[in-house]
Design a protein around this ligand. Structure first.
Ligand code: SF4
Ligand code: SF4
Length: 170
């Protein structure tokens, strides 16, 4: 039987997909080029939460959680996402062609749910840049936020944080 956390993250992801389907013009059309999975060259960051890492680990095996060493998501291979079905909320919500305010609101509501999930399961809530999360260390801090401020400004509110790219195995 799947742990409640896995079911609940699955439900959150399903609802994100439903919101995106309901508002295709605001969601934007992604051509799955995978460019935004190269955070360094795309000049943005992806923030994730512990339940999302747990969800990925549950599906691909904890031994396959890889560190990020070069500013590119380790699950992006030749421009394609190798964990597409289990990708993070930010990866689902972000689209370079999408409406930024729509993405911001959807991100905020998603993070609220992930935080609530953590509280219910007595799991520490952290808001971490992907490379930090994959290395299993510290949460996002004010200093981290400031250190990213020179990067391309994301229209999402600072409290709700990062974006995630998309990519797909065809
Ligand atoms: S879509 Fe997300 S999980 Fe997949 S390769 Fe890109 S950044 Fe990584
Ligand atoms: S959202 Fe990312 S993967 Fe999709 S078209 Fe834009 S840069 Fe490419």
């Amino acid at each position: 039987m799947k742990p409640p956390l896995i079911d609940q993250v699955h439900q959150i992801y399903k609802e994100i997909e439903s919101s995106l389907r309901t508002s295709p013009d605001l969601a934007g059309k992604c051509n799955c080029c995978g460019k935004c999975c190269d955070f360094k060259s795309f000049d943005h960051l992806l923030y994730v939460t512990p339940p999302e890492i747990e969800y990925l680990a549950h599906h691909i095996g904890a031994e396959n959680i890889k560190p990020m060493s070069d500013g590119i998501c380790p699950y992006n291979e030749k421009g394609k996402c190798t964990v597409y079905d289990y990708r993070f909320s930010g990866c689902r919500i972000f689209c370079c062609q999408g409406d930024k305010e729509f993405q911001s609101q959807l991100t905020e509501s998603t993070l609220t749910r992930l935080k609530y999930l953590c509280e219910n399961l007595a799991m520490p809530y952290k808001y971490m840049e992907l490379s930090t999360a994959l290395s299993g260390s510290r949460p996002c801090t004010q200093n981290t936020e400031r250190s990213t401020s020179r990067r391309r400004r994301l229209s999402i509110r600072q409290s709700a944080g990062g974006y995630g790219p998309a990519g797909r195995i065809d």
